[in-house]
Design a protein around this ligand. Structure first.
Ligand code: AMP
Length: 453
């Protein structure tokens, strides 16, 4: 299957070619024909599958074909609502990229920053608006936005909208949309509340499901290190100094933990930046930019802050803390192994986190090999204490709004002499590790080689 076979118009084909996209991903192959026919779509897919292009391309094609010679300001014809600023920016960039030969204009609005540049862009007129829910409602209330002319609406990452407490905002937004429109609804998971919400939004939708197991979990090489909580900083330092090169995204469960990791690495002369909700939006953006352009090769992120991170050729994901929600693990490792690339995901698992590992393995349907050839191996002895018990913990995002504020101060390079670009140019291979079954998990010696293909 090629993009031509999908019936795409020349200006879009040209943009895809310029981007180096050769073949549609499964979600694109399945969704684009449905959307070009004008049908509603319920997509069960996560970021990393090529989902953005799956909805942006048909919307651009419709808008291009229905372009009128109307004089006056452009009206918002397509609305994409997404939970985080990072995702919103990413989606806006995708519309710009895929639509660069179509003349279709987009803008992105999100909270946590002054509204002036956003309202100015809106006043100049756009065809596609990408928005986070709070700022969208705010600017509607202030009279800067009218949804009257919307013909295409996309609700992206619906399950995260729910996690972040956006459900009421979403309902308010939906109520303001014209009833005659094409609706698209994407969610990585489909809990009952999400199914109920989708049925309010969609008419008689076609469904497309892209299994996470088929995508990231199968493509990404994974391994786990058993290590005590106290030894995690040492193990991370050791790996970054010896065998993990290239761009590395380290996940921390908490914002505080992310800052602590940056400091600990700093003591070992390893430069890293943190991105999480206690940072200002500007510094979050700066850290992300520096990570994308290679000035900083190690980024420490919380789950929410990482939602919009789309770094081509991300070499490694390291789960410094294992998530207690298994789906989060899939989201995290999906940061690497994007579209046509392979990746490596390494997880640190302390005694308390072993039940999480079990849940993850159940979800991905396979055992994650254990690396035993490492200096800080933990025998897994764990005496639970009330203080340490995480059984009550909820995922970080359930508390309310998405994290406001952002970006770590950037710093660059691994420790002196080791540069991200050097290692990425050389093919970035992590050295061999011995993995054995110190628990029920038994695997022979393994080596990770991160290839981009
Ligand atoms: P998404 O799931 O939309 O976040 O996309 C994940 C990544 O895959 C992004 O970096 C896209 O640029 C890339 N991508 C999307 N579609 C394709 C394709 N057909 N071929 C190659 N890369 C793609």
């Amino acid at each position: 299957m090629t993009f031509e076979n999908l019936g795409l118009i020349e200006p879009i084909l040209k943009a895809l070619e310029a981007e180096g996209y050769k073949y549609p991903t499964p979600i694109q192959e399945q969704s684009i024909p449905i959307l070009l026919k004008g049908k509603d779509l319920l997509g069960c897919a996560q970021t990393g599958t090529g989902k953005t292009a799956a909805f942006a391309i048909p919307i651009l094609q419709h808008l291009y074909k229905n372009k009128t010679s109307d004089k006056g300001r452009r009206k918002i014809k397509a609305l994409v609502v997404t939970p985080t600023r990072e995702l919103a920016i990413q989606i806006g960039e995708s519309f710009t990229t895929y639509g660069k030969f179509t003349g279709i204009k987009n803008t992105v609005i999100f909270g946590g920053v002054k509204q002036l540049t956003q309202t100015q862009a809106l006043q100049r007129g756009v065809d596609v608006l990408v928005a986070t829910p709070g700022r969208l409602l705010d600017l509607i209330d202030q009279g800067y936005i009218s949804l009257r002319d919307v013909e295409y609406s996309v609700l992206d990452e619906a399950d995260h909208m729910l996690d972040m407490g956006f459900i009421h905002d979403i309902k308010k937004i939906i109520a303001k949309l014209p009833s005659k429109r094409q609706s698209l609804f994407f969610s990585a998971t489909m809990p009952t509340e999400i199914i109920a919400l989708s049925s309010k939004i969609l008419g008689n939708p076609e469904k497309v499901t892209i299994n996470p197991e088929q995508t990231t979990a199968e493509k990404v090489e994974q391994a786990v290190y058993f290590v005590s909580k106290g030894n995690k900083p040492k193990l991370l330092t050791h790996l970054l100094q010896t065998e993990v090169f290239g761009s590395v995204l380290v996940f921390s469960r908490t914002k505080h933990g992310a800052d602590r990791i940056v400091k600990l690495l700093g003591k070992a002369n390893i430069k890293a930046a943190a991105i999480h909700g206690n940072k200002s939006q500007a510094s979050r953006q700066r850290a992300l930019e520096n990570f994308k352009n290679g000035e900083v090769s190690i980024l420490i992120a919380t789950d929410i802050a990482a939602r919009g991170i789309d770094v081509e050729e991300l070499s490694y994901v390291i789960n410094y803390d294992l998530p207690n929600i298994s789906e989060t693990y899939i989201h995290r490792i999906g940061r690497t192994g994007r579209a046509s690339l392979s990746g490596v995901a390494l997880s640190f698992c302390d005694g308390e986190e072993r039940p999480y590992l079990k849940d993850i393995q159940k979800l991905i349907g396979k055992e994650v090999p254990v690396i035993t050839d490492q200096p800080y191996e933990d025998d897994g002895t764990f005496i639970p204490s009330k203080k340490n018990s995480r059984s009550q913990q909820r995922p970080q995002s359930r508390s309310g709004r998405p994290e406001r504020s952002g970006g770590g101060r950037s710093s660059s390079g691994r420790n002196a002499g080791s540069s991200r670009n050097k290692s990425s140019a050389s093919g970035r291979s992590a050295r061999g590790h011995r993995s054995t079954g110190s628990t029920s998990q038994s695997k022979p010696r393994r080596s990770f080689s991160k290839k981009s293909n």
